[in-house]
Design a protein around this ligand. Structure first.
Ligand code: F6R
Length: 261
């Protein structure tokens, strides 16, 4: 795992967008794993700009989102399918048929989850998975005690996650209590992962996930086991990290990041 600290949330989202753009240029049929949430809105704004101003094309890209609420159809404005269409898919040249999210209203949730895993492997696996982090340390909706080997399945959301996300619903009571999510094991199978987190509210959980022990109580700590995971954060999310001087030095000096400085 490596950590990159940038001055603010715009710079952090901009770096993630540039890494994605380079990955798509290098492999036009990239299989890209995506996340939703407030943090990702800045990232998608930057990706749309890279498409419209710099000609980055998503025409052959396949995408797989991490999660979807159980019980919300695609047309529901609170669904993650709706979020993705609005913030990214409708604004770039991706073929909607190549964009995948779990179906939150599938008759058989277990079958849908197994099918989602099959669709990922039929595409050759995820090349680059983008992750956010929730207040419980979840990645996707892998709430505490999610097994490190877990695969796509329905998961009950914690009270903290409900408190975090219910204000986004017109009526907070309407927020579903369960979601289909890729498992921690599914995420660990991605060839490369980038976790983006910004803002001081994330400082505590970032420190636990990055510098604390690997534990299923904080699913994001599993990323310490991943062979190629970069955590990209802003200064506000970095305030509780012990090794921040080292992380700053890495970005300034490591050859891999030279073209992004
Ligand atoms: C949602 C997802 C979640 C969010 C996390 C942070 O698809 O993957 O893990 O990334 O809950 O959400 P925000 O950015 O709203 O704080």
């Amino acid at each position: 795992m490596e950590v990159i600290i940038l001055p603010d949330s715009d710079a952090a989202a901009g770096l993630v967008a540039n890494v994605i753009a380079d990955a798509v240029r290098a492999k036009p049929n990239l299989v890209l794993g995506l996340a939703t949430g407030r943090t990702m809105e800045r990232l998608y704004t930057r990706l749309v700009r890279l498409h419209t101003e710099d000609g980055v094309s998503f025409a052959n890209v396949h995408t797989f989102n991490l999660d979807e609420y159980v019980g919300l159809p695609a047309e529901d404005k609170h669904s993650y399918r709706h979020y993705m269409n609005e913030h990214l898919f409708d604004q770039v040249d991706v073929d909607l048929a190549n964009t995948h999210l779990p179906n939150g209203v599938a008759d058989e949730i277990d079958t849908e989850c197994a099918d989602y895993e099959r669709r990922i492997s039929d595409c050759g696996g995820i090349d680059l998975q983008i992750l956010g982090i929730g207040n419980t340390g979840h990645i996707g909706f892998n709430e505490p005690l999610s097994a490190m080997y877990s695969r796509t399945r329905a998961k009950a959301l914690t009270p903290q996650t409900i408190a975090q996300n219910s204000p986004l619903f017109d009526n907070p009571e309407d927020m579903p209590r369960r979601a289909i999510t890729m498992g921690v094991g599914t995420i660990l199978d991605a060839r490369r992962c980038i976790l983006l987190a910004t803002g001081e509210a994330k400082a505590g959980i970032i420190a636990e996930a990055v510098e604390g022990p690997v534990t299923s109580m904080i699913s994001a700590s599993a990323m310490q086991l991943h062979p190629k995971c970069t955590v990209i954060i802003d200064e506000s999310a970095a305030t509780k990290l012990k090794q921040h001087e080292y992380y700053r030095w890495l970005f300034e000096n490591e050859p891999e990041w030279e073209s992004y400085r």
